[in-house]
Ligand binder design. Structure first.
Ligand code: HEC
Ligand code: HEC
Length: 381
């Protein structure tokens, strides 16, 4: 193997550590945690045992293990923070707590960040699989990673209407360590995917330090660039709302746009009155589920799960309820889902009209009332 000196010594240390532990069974309790190889959607014999071991060795060289993480300093990620979030749970004498990810997150998101921890199968939606590198609720444009602040916000607020809890009680330093660890697991997952791509294309794997560093930077630079891809809602385009008439007029323009099947197309999925009943076939999936082949459930950690367009009358906004949050959702869409980015087809003032309409929907008389429902059904027939 052409691994550089540093890499070779890391691989060596890991192998040695494993050997030592196997000589002293019972010493230190359970065996050290390992990252799960991402074989989802692949038949077990697609790659030889040697090929899989090579992927494991390269990933271990670049990222270490769940108990002893590593990251190239060139990525700008902070290894000290990773060390606090990683590993088994314990407290230093000075009170610094370690093992935060395993304590707070792994039972849902899995030790590997594959979104398939022991609790995951009972949840809808499933916990995020970080390995794809796609995050739904960000302040950034289409295709961009979340910013550090986006992830902090997700951790502090949780994701309303889902099992993702709020960690607002954790000290800032612990939130920052966890955010760094989410980035690390996500970068690791994407690099793993590109290693498998090399194998599929029958190309040589990047084994020297330089080649591997390039591979890691391809992903970690996207994280660094996120900070410059924030969508800034255009405040100059805010429709006048000094009087209730002006606000009502904006809401009515929003309502018309929402139902306009040509431009905004919201009606297609969310239905004519925002109940989330527009997608008649009911066959929407997010990117984590759409790849799953129902004929081969054994190739996936979790069964295929459908995605419902949101019922906008419930007033539950996973990405935040502030007008600027809704603006960004409409402008950039929800990444990894069919909810489209409308920023290119709609003007900022039109997006604000939609924001005003969406935000007042929960306060409108419900079409669920029997007399309204009859009218609605008739209208739909
Ligand atoms: C009880 C289960 C559970 C626990 C515990 C949990 N999560 Fe989640 N998490 C979820 C679910 C479910 C989602 C997906 C929500 C969705 O898709 O709308 C999620 C989504 C996320 C996302 C993705 C946000 C996005 O924009 O796509 C991040 C990041 C995240 N969790 C981080 C964490 C971290 C860090 C911890 C530990 C401090 C944690 N979660 C603990 C269930 C959990
Ligand atoms: C192709 C289907 C589709 C279209 C078209 C669509 N949406 Fe969505 N929308 C969804 C889905 C699916 C979700 C839920 C995604 C998730 O949480 O994973 C969603 C969620 C939302 C949310 C909730 C955001 C949050 O933070 O929870 C809002 C608001 C929204 N859509 C507004 C709109 C508006 C306004 C339009 C038209 C400009 C629109 N949608 C067009 C499918 C669609």
């Amino acid at each position: 193997m052409m691994l550089g000196k540093h890499l070779a010594s890391r691989v060596g240390a890991v192998v040695l550590g494993g050997l030592l532990l196997s000589f002293f069974p019972g010493c230190g309790g359970s065996p050290p945690a390992t990252f799960r190889l991402n074989m989802e959607g692949r038949s077990p014999d697609q790659f030889s045992a040697e090929q899989k071991q090579l992927v494991v060795d390269i990933l271990t060289a670049a990222f270490g293990t769940p108990d002893d993480p590593y990251i190239f300093p060139e990525t700008g990620l902070d290894l000290e923070k990773l060390r606090i979030a990683a590993g088994p749970t314990y407290s230093e004498a000075e009170g610094v707590r370690h093992g935060l990810f395993r304590q707070h997150c792994a039972h849902c998101h899995g030790v590997t960040g594959d979104g398939a921890g022991p609790t995951a199968a009972f949840l809808n939606p499933y916990p995020r699989d970080f390995r794809k590198g796609v995050f739904k609720f960000t302040s950034t444009g289409p295709g961009a990673k979340p910013t550090t602040d986006d992830l902090k916000k997700t951790l502090r607020n949780g994701i309303q209407g889902t099992a993702m809890p709020s960690f607002v009680l954790l000290p800032e330093a612990e939130i920052e360590a966890l955010v760094e660890y989410v980035k690390y697991l996500s970068i690791r997952g994407q690099v793993e995917a590109s290693l498998f791509l090399y194998l599929e294309n029958e190309e040589d794997l990047p084994e020297s330090r330089d080649a591997l560093l390039d591979e890691v930077l391809l992903v970690s630079n996207q994280w660094r660039d996120a900070e410059s891809q924030i969508v800034v809602p255009d405040l100059k385009a805010l429709p006048p709302r000094d009087s209730s008439e002006e606000l009502a007029a904006s809401i009515e323009r929003g309502r018309a746009l929402f139902r306009d099947a040509k431009t905004a197309q919201c009606i297609k999925c969310h239905g004519p009155t925002g109940l989330g009943d527009g997608n008649d076939e009911g066959d929407l999936f997010d990117d984590w589920n759409k790849e799953k082949d129902p004929a081969h459930p054994e190739l996936w950690a979790l069964p295929k799960q459908k995605l419902r367009p949101r019922n906008l009358r419930l007033g539950i906004y996973r990405g935040g309820r502030a007008p600027a949050d809704i603006y960004r959702r409409i402008f950039a869409g929800i990444k990894g889902t069919p909810m489209p980015a409308a920023g290119k087809v709609l003007k900022p003032n039109q997006i604000w009209d939609l924001v005003n309409y969406v935000l007042q929907l929960p306060y409108e008389p419900s079409p669920n009332r029997p007399e309204e429902t009859t009218k609605l059904t008739r209208a739909r027939l």
